[in-house]
Design a protein around this ligand. Sequence first.
Ligand code: SAH
Ligand code: DHB
Ligand code: MG
Length: 230
Amino acid sequence: MAEKDEWTAVDRYLADLFVHPDPALDRTLERSRDSDLPDIQVSESQGRFLTVLARSLGARRILELGTLGGYSTICLARALPGDGLLVTLEIDPERAALARDNVGRAGLAGVTRIVEGPAGTTLARMIERGEPAFDLVFIDADKPGYPSYLDQVIRLSRPGTLIIADNVVRKGAVLEDDSDDPNVIGVRTFNERLAKDARVAATVIQTVGSKGYDGFAFAVVLDPAQGRDG
Ligand code: SAH
Ligand code: DHB
Ligand code: MG
């Protein structure tokens, strides 16, 4: 079996085992396809992973950059308590509207706020307003924006906040130090800054599956008083 086919087959096997039937998620994927949205949301297993992670942290406030049709939004918001909050940022008004509808059908409108507009602008406004810290941040918007989002989301965090970023390996393209692809330059710069930022302890885990070969970055925000990398 070709590598990618095998990753996809194993992903199917795992999703059949671990991802329980979920009409709201199924409908979200169906309506994303019908609306010709790109098929770039997290995979079923990755979505499940986000739910497990958010729940394990006991997250009450979650920030997401890049909503698309709301698939990962629903996975994250499902882990929140009834009085929790997920804020998700999306530049495209049609996508934001579709996501709002999908989140509503999933029964999660009460804990989800979808903010339309460029993430950088919305984050700047949130920092200025003194928005309370988030417990978990999922960065998944435009890749060239990742380096500046990193600094902004750290400013919306507290010691212990977990920051995850999607797509930081890009089928190995992160090795290309002479790349002129703005996405590759974006994630390379992000990884370099993340690695040396004294405010966090971080790593990247490579992943394979139905979306091919990629990776997630993980960073925990440190207490400046302790100021030591774990
Ligand atoms: N997190 C989603 C997938 C997000 S795809 C999921 O897994 O289900 C990336 C999204 O980021 C796209 O919908 C795109 O419109 C949005 N995006 C691109 N540039 C943006 C920006 N500057 N600010 C906010 N969102 C942006
Ligand atoms: C793309 C974006 C993503 O967030 C992703 O997970 C996969 C692909 C893209 O823009 O191609
Ligand atoms: Mg992604």
